[in-house]
Design a protein around this ligand. Sequence first.
Ligand code: SF4
Ligand code: SF4
Length: 297
Amino acid sequence: MKEIVVISGKGGTGKTSLVASLAVLAGKVVLADCDVDAADLHLVLAPQVKSVSGFTGGKKANILADRCNGCGKCFEVCRFGAVVRQEGRRPVYLIDPIACEGCGVCSYFCPEKAVEFKPALNGQWYISDTRCGPMVHARLGVAEENSGKLVTLVRNQARMIAEEEGLPYIIVDGPPGIGCPVIATITGADAALVVTEPTVSGEHDLARVAELAGHFKVPVYLCINKYDINPAMAKKMEEDALSRGIRLAGKIRYDRSVTGAQLSGAAVVEFSGGPVAGDIRNMWKELVKYLNTSEER
Ligand code: SF4
Ligand code: SF4
């Protein structure tokens, strides 16, 4: 079984659209949408949800009014401004759940044991069926953190399903950037496919993401999307990538049918039989070739 993680330095590079096409080309796969802060793979693959589970990635404080004596110690010790003091004949203290970082200090210092400190429901994760195979996806609550933990959970579930069902590929839609969720997405993967565009910021993003993947010893492959909007820059990026030991998986031309596919909720290779679909097919073939010739991890 091989796990391919599709990532990009920033959002809007066509990453998710490409993931959907790769899933269609792969036949039956397990999909993992690890872009848990802004999941959108479901827009193309229309998953039928089979199970929903809660995600508790941390704890939150809550003041039990019937035990609180209003001493204000929690207000004093909270470094995150999450304890709110409401003035009145007698001040009342409340916790702002969005500001609470779950450090537990207020609970520790409360003389009345009036602060309960419980696991909080930070989001939900789902196992669904799609036309390309099972999909694990998630939704993090508004202003919730711990997306790295949720990403790990999604990947582990996807791996278990792939093992149970004997499916050869897991295709992961990764989050953009180089932060904690991206690290949680790429560590231990068989390949990171970096999707970028031939622009100055795309070149910069490629360098950052490639460095990160290299640090975690994940083989990196490059996809230059819309390469024909700036062929000279695309060539330079390809050469730079090669000098860093990054192999070119493929280049995809600019084509309006990509937008057409998005609007009709289809993967590009389902929507169009034109040259852009051909570019994606060629890239998938290259990737499979690389993966099958790389050592078993
Ligand atoms: S420290 Fe405890 S008793 Fe004092 S105000 Fe806060 S919750 Fe109430
Ligand atoms: S758990 Fe930490 S962050 Fe949350 S209210 Fe208590 S002291 Fe503040």
